[in-house]
Design a protein around this ligand. Structure first.
Ligand SMILES: NC(=O)c1ccc[n+]([C@@H]2O[C@H](COP(=O)([O-])OP(=O)(O)OC[C@H]3O[C@@H](n4cnc5c(N)ncnc54)[C@H](OP(=O)(O)O)[C@@H]3O)[C@@H](O)[C@H]2O)c1
Length: 327
């Protein structure tokens, strides 16, 4: 990789990826949609370029001289297809077409585990897709468009179906900071998990090693949402967890969604958010990691959650002068 472009570099996973690429000595170019958010990257050696997935001219400028694209930019929410398609499907397609025309050699796309529906056994290379929510439908459509464009242009394509990515700046940990988390459902379903630092390491390594393919990824552990929150509360007992029945979540979202969807900004309160958090989507261990000869730094939430809390809430750190306990 010589010159890389990151879309979504001002987002939750993107900032971590940009930090990783920057640490590798690359000076990533970052597509910045809202100028004030470029300040998030001001401590890093990056090249911000103003642009939007809806503006082909800005993409053309951003792609000039680029050999590898990391495409994370999207309306990353569980809203309706109509709300998601302009960025997830159309934006991805436009970006890929311009990337191919600009001679980009490698395209890394952050897709989602939600291209799969409910699964009884861990997802692996043989698991058929079949999304149960619109977000998964849109991601799968984007994957298919990318596939066509990349094979025609002979551009290397890596499609990374990310699981639930957690970290200090994830939405979930915003709730943790407020001391109250809400979960709509029984929490017995499993969902693949990945610490954001590992998501960034994995994406960067995919770009660096030139991994080509399409796969789900996760941290290697199998865990239900109940176990996830139990781990969280073990390390951070201040957290209050409120669970509501799934039907109530769906009913509440059905009432809120039409109101909140009238606003321009994305909303969390949708029926598909409730459905998505109730899908059973475990991931087989080692996928992609093995090919890259890498291991997750946080192989389970048992190691990843304390790392997040350490950095975020400083829950264990006490300055020596403030630590009055005797040896
Ligand atoms: N977080 C997860 O658990 C997870 C799991 C699976 C897949 N993914 C995928 O991974 C990617 C990153 O997710 P995330 O959680 O980091 O999302 P995020 O924090 O919501 O960030 C989204 C990024 O996309 C940018 N963006 C939105 N609309 C755009 C447009 N029209 N043109 C250019 N940029 C635009 C945003 O710019 P602003 O900063 O200006 O808003 C932001 O930088 C997404 O594609 C998401 O679908 C995430």
């Amino acid at each position: 990789m010589r010159r890389v472009l990151v879309t979504g570099g001002t987002g939750f996973i993107g900032t971590e990826l940009v930090r990783e690429l920057s640490g590798m000595g690359l000076q990533p170019r970052v597509l910045v949609r809202r100028p004030h958010r470029a300040a998030l990257l001001s401590n890093l050696d990056v090249e911000p370029v103003q642009g939007d997935l809806a503006s082909p001219a800005s993409l053309e400028r951003a792609l000039d001289g680029v050999d590898t694209v990391f495409h994370l930019g999207a309306r990353a929410s569980f809203e309706s297809y109509r709300r998601l398609a302009p960025t997830v499907v159309d934006g991805t397609t436009t970006l890929a077409r311009h990337a191919a025309a600009a001679g980009v050699r490698r395209f890394v796309f952050s897709s989602s585990l939600f291209v799969y529906g409910d699964q009884e056994t861990p997802i692996d290379g043989a698991t058929p897709t079949g999304p149960a929510i619109d977000y998964g439908v849109a991601k799968l459509e984007a994957e298919s468009a990318l596939n066509d464009i990349a094979s025609e242009a002979q551009m290397d394509l890596a499609v990374v179906r990310l699981p639930h990515v957690y970290g200090p700046h994830s939405i979930l940990f915003h709730q943790v900071r407020r001391g109250l988390a809400l979960f709509p459902g029984a929490m017995t379903n499993e969902c693949g998990q990945l610490h954001v630092a590992d998501a960034a390491r994995l994406l960067a390594a995919i770009g660096e090693q030139g991994w080509i393919g399409r796969s789900a990824v996760a941290d290697g552990d199998r865990i239900s949402w109940r176990e996830f929150f139990e781990t969280l509360r073990t390390f951070y007992p201040h957290l209050r967890l409120v669970t509501i029945p799934r039907w109530l979540g769906v009913a509440g979202a059905a009432a809120l969604e039409p109101v909140l969807s009238s606003r321009a900004r994305p909303t969390l309160y949708t029926k598909d958010t409730v459905r998505g958090f109730n899908l059973n989507v475990p991931v087989a261990p080692g996928l992609v990691w093995r090919d890259l000869d890498l291991e997750p730094r946080y192989p389970s939430v048992g190691t990843g959650i304390p790392a997040v809390l350490d950095g975020y809430l400083q829950y264990r750190w006490r300055h020596p002068m403030m630590d009055l306990r005797s040896a």
